[in-house]
Write a protein that binds this ligand. Structure first.
Ligand SMILES: [Zn+2]
Length: 292
């Protein structure tokens, strides 16, 4: 599956500002097709994946992974997106079919679907314990929550915008977003000027409606601050599951769990939450896992 999605990594104001800007239409649509998500879930998952992709590109190591996990008391319950440093992401949610009335402004009520809860940001370099940062959800609208994570957990003054635009058939018309961050040595006056500019951004979805590309979005947001693009990266939805990984996951469930599967005396099907791929284990194969 080829994807037209991409991301720009940029700086502005002579390096005092750094920015990530992306479009993720194909990624969001791939997710929607895989999980048959309702419009609200499509929007929530698309926003979360855009954020994960932009944060993933900032990872240092080749094998590093970043996971954004949202657990709320709303009907969506939980959603998760994991991105690597190469521009791929996979995502899953507990309740892909949630439907709620639109908000007064006509937008999808993502905050209502997610509810109150916790955003966890898990950085895993594959060696030892992952690093986990957590913040309370501010609104459940995802962008504000990721923004709160940056300001509270990482103490980086940031502005995060995320949006997903659906068409009449409830497929994804456009998706994307931005993360703009001020570096510690940035001048006070720059902060004011940037805040002034970002106040004019009311809805990323409305910007996407105008057909912005990452380049034009960057120009729109930071055109007054002499932006410089340092990297362009293609983005796509990709699940790296394999039979080997599923076997490991089964083993990690423990002896009792595997024994209870065997006691069914029939082949067991394990489905990947991220891509729906099915892995079948016969009774004999499960017995072999037990020995390992
Ligand atoms: Zn998979």
């Amino acid at each position: 599956m080829s994807s037209r999605d991409y991301l720009l990594r940029a700086t502005a104001a002579e390096g005092q500002i750094r920015a990530f800007v992306c479009t993720t239409r194909d990624t969001a649509e791939e997710q929607r097709k895989l999980h048959n998500t309702s419009p609200i879930a499509t929007a929530a998952m698309g926003r979360l994946m855009s954020a994960a992709l932009m944060m993933g590109v900032d990872l240092k190591g080749d094998k590093d992974l970043i996971t954004l996990s949202v657990k709320g008391d709303g009907p969506m319950k939980s959603l998760v997106a994991t991105a690597d440093s190469h521009g791929t992401v996979k995502a899953a949610c507990a309740n892909p079919y949630v439907i709620l009335p639109a908000k007064a402004d006509g937008h999808l009520d993502v905050g209502g679907a997610v509810g109150k809860g916790i955003l966890s940001v898990i950085r895993d370099n594959g060696l030892g314990e992952p690093y986990v940062g957590q913040t309370q959800l501010l609104s459940g609208e995802i962008a504000e929550d990721v923004n709160a994570y940056f300001s509270i957990s990482e103490q980086i003054p940031s502005s995060v915008g995320l949006g997903v635009l659906l068409n009449k058939e409830n497929t994804v018309e456009a998706s994307g977003g931005f993360i703009i961050q001020l570096l510690p040595f940035a001048e006070e006056s720059l902060l004011d000027k940037l805040e002034e500019k970002l106040k004019t951004v009311h809805s990323v979805t409305d910007l996407l409606k105008d057909g912005h590309t990452p380049e034009s979005l960057l120009e729109f947001l930071l055109g007054d601050f002499s932006p410089e693009i340092h990297e362009k990266r293609e983005l796509s939805y990709f699940c790296n599951c394999s039979r080997e990984r599923v076997e490991k996951a089964l083993i990690s469930l423990g002896k009792k769990e595997i024994e209870s599967l065997i006691s069914d005396h029939k082949a067991q099907e394990v489905r990947c939450d991220f891509c729906n791929k099915r892995y079948v284990f016969t009774e004999k194969e499960l017995e072999e896992l037990l020995k390992r």
